[in-house]
Design a protein. Structure first.
Length: 123
């Protein structure tokens, strides 16, 4: 199999051509430094992504709170993680960095709030 990968480690954006099969990577061309080799290898063997989304809120001015994973997770887990996130409702106040879901779907990553939301004042 062949795949062209754009390295996003630095602004140069090298296009790395990779040939691989089920046993591993056979050849790689187009990178300009070893960081590109590491990036392309990870993209082929175990691709990961940061996930950003939002959760519903209660007792806050805004109806949703933006969240993200605390570290990249395997691409194969993204759908499960999104399902977990969509079921959650957080009650304000929420602080930026608060853990909303610990070890989401057993990935070792937490879902954390990326914005502070104050609680609505009682009238
Ligand atoms: S291979 Fe090296 S030089 Fe090219 S984009 Fe990646 S990090 Fe930058």
């Amino acid at each position: 199999m062949k795949k062209d990968i754009t390295c996003i480690v630095c602004p140069k954006g090298c296009t790395i051509h990779v040939e691989y099969d089920e046993t591993g990577i056979k050849s790689m061309e187009g990178y300009s430094c070893k960081r590109g080799i590491e990036y392309a290898t990870a993209e082929i063997l175990s691709p990961t992504r940061m996930v950003t989304s939002s959760v519903k809120t209660d007792n806050a001015r805004y109806t949703v709170c933006p969240v993200k994973t605390s570290k990249p997770i395997g691409k194969d887990k993204i759908q499960d993680v999104m399902k977990s996130i969509c079921c959650v409702k957080v009650k304000a106040p929420v602080r930026q960095g608060d853990v909303i879901i610990k070890d989401v779907c057993g990935t070792g990553a937490d879902i954390v709030a990326t914005q502070t939301l104050e609680a609505l004042e009682k009238e």
